[in-house]
Design a protein around this ligand. Structure first.
Ligand code: PLP
Length: 446
């Protein structure tokens, strides 16, 4: 079978590829929105030869940019030497040991020991299970409840799905797991009340992203996490930071929690640890937890993925972090985030229907409303139309329409000032088009 034509690939895609987090109906109707064939730096190229700025680092993860030869070289070398060997039953390998050591060196406070996974969902399931297991070992078996925030996203494995505050992900099946509870995202007081209502002695852990990603790039108030840490300490509850998006430089610091001066008991990570060059994630646990595990655990730690400590993946993680450090990408994320915000503010001055703008390192959001004064949303969300139009103009972005009408940004950390300007130019052109063709038309109909 010779498959070359876009049309062939499109049909095969529709018949044989059930896509993740995709409208099945739309896929059957239109086929893939793009079939990507190459990537270089912040750009992706599709099968028709059209290039796009990858304004989301694909899925908030390709932080060092696409097509890095040095990653391919390291992968080739490691694969030829040792792609994989087991890490069960005390077996180990050099890249896993070195990456765990490097991550311990970078992580704040006493977060010093790493459990490896293949992605963010596995990491959060691991953190949840480690928290529950911890309390079994500590002789408090009733502490099994997990509390998370509204608008949170923690992934799609069973524990991660149930910890996710975005209801639509939990509604995907009608068999929710027990012992998951949710609190209003901006209210430490609601956390306290919920703990009191559940019974503090039944709560294992609280989990939160430092800045919520998929829920709308929601930045917490300055002291939010200080209060959260205090409440967790007061009731003896473990605090898990989900750094899957925010880890490894995206926010302008190595880890998001560093902005808030708070050290969690566990940190889950994925995405930016390998910039998507391979599947890799993990959980960093505190020295205290590790010491307790060492002292109290009698048998086998009955949790492990075949690919926990995958030699090739860990070697890629090491190279990725080396690039992040050598190229000063954490600092660049802070600097370019500021430049992007300047541009967003200028756009807000120009277009009335931009009601709010924010960046946090290289996470960004532009909120759209019919009226800035009342905050009233458009009858049909505008952001999905907007990102379709930026895509036509060569810029890939995403939207959040749950509770808001927001365009979100997460460009690669290698972004230059010229590339920021190019993104802003496309945004300006698209806002002008959308204003003329949608916003003014809606106003006329009224
Ligand atoms: N946690 C957060 C904050 C995420 O944004 C994601 C994915 O977007 C996940 C967890 C799940 O990670 P993965 O898709 O690698 O399983």
């Amino acid at each position: 079978m010779t498959i070359q034509l876009k049309e062939d690939l499109k049909k095969l895609d529709q018949k044989h590829f059930l896509h993740p987090t995709t409208s099945v109906a739309q896929q059957q109707l239109d086929g893939p929105a793009a079939i990507f064939t190459e990537g270089k730096g912040i750009y992706l190229k599709d099968i028709e030869g059209k290039t796009y700025i990858d304004g989301m680092s694909s899925l908030w993860n390709v932080n060092i940019g696409h097509g890095r030869e040095e990653m391919a070289e390291v992968a080739k070398e490691q694969m030829a030497k040792l792609a994989f060997s087991s890490c069960f039953a005390t077996f180990s390998n050099e890249p896993a040991i070195l990456l765990a050591t490097k991550i311990a060196e970078l992580a704040p406070g006493d977060l010093n020991t790493v459990f490896f996974t293949s992605g963010g969902s596995e990491s959060n399931d691991t953190a949840i299970k480690l928290a529950r297991h911890y309390w079994l070992l500590k002789g408090q078996p009733q502490r099994q409840k997990i509390i998370s925030r509204t608008h949170s996203y923690h992934g799609v494995a069973m524990g991660a799905t149930n910890a996710t505050g975005l209801q639509a992900f939990r509604d995907f099946t009608n068999s929710p797991a027990p012992d998951f509870h949710y609190v209003y995202k901006d209210s430490p007081q609601h956390l306290r009340e919920t703990i009191e209502a559940l019974g503090p002695e039944t709560v294992a852990a609280f989990i939160s992203e430092p800045v919520q990603g998929a829920g709308g790039v929601n930045v917490p108030q300055k002291d939010y996490f200080k209060e959260i840490r205090q409440i967790c300490d007061e009731y003896g509850i473990l605090f898990i930071a989900d750094e899957v998006i925010t880890g490894f430089g995206r926010t302008g610091k190595m880890f998001g929690m560093e902005h808030f001066g708070v050290v969690p008991d566990m940190m889950s990570f994925a995405k930016g640890v390998s910039s998507g060059y391979v599947q890799l994630g993990g959980v960093i646990i505190s020295e205290k937890m590790h010491k307790d595990f060492c002292e109290l655990s009698k048998g086998t730690l009955m949790h492990g993925y075949t690919y926990s400590g995958h030699a090739l993946a860990c070697r890629i993680g090491l190279k990725n972090i080396e690039i992040v450090e050598q190229e000063g990408l954490v600092e660049n994320a802070a600097k370019m985030g500021d430049a992007l915000l300047e541009g967003f503010k200028m756009l807000q001055e120009k277009y009335d229907f931009i009601s709010g703008v924010r960046t946090f390192g290289l996470l960004g959001a532009i909120e759209l409303t019919k009226s800035r004064e009342t905050g009233e949303l458009f009858d049909t969300p505008l952001s999905p139309i907007f990102v379709q139009e930026t895509m036509k103009r060569g810029l890939i972005l995403r939207t959040v329409t749950y509770d808001q009408d927001t365009v979100v940004f997460s460009p690669p950390l290698i972004l230059s000032k010229a590339e920021v300007d190019e993104m802003l130019r496309i945004l300006d052109e698209t806002f002008e088009y959308v204003q003329k063709n949608y916003v003014q038309k809606e106003a006329k109909v009224k």
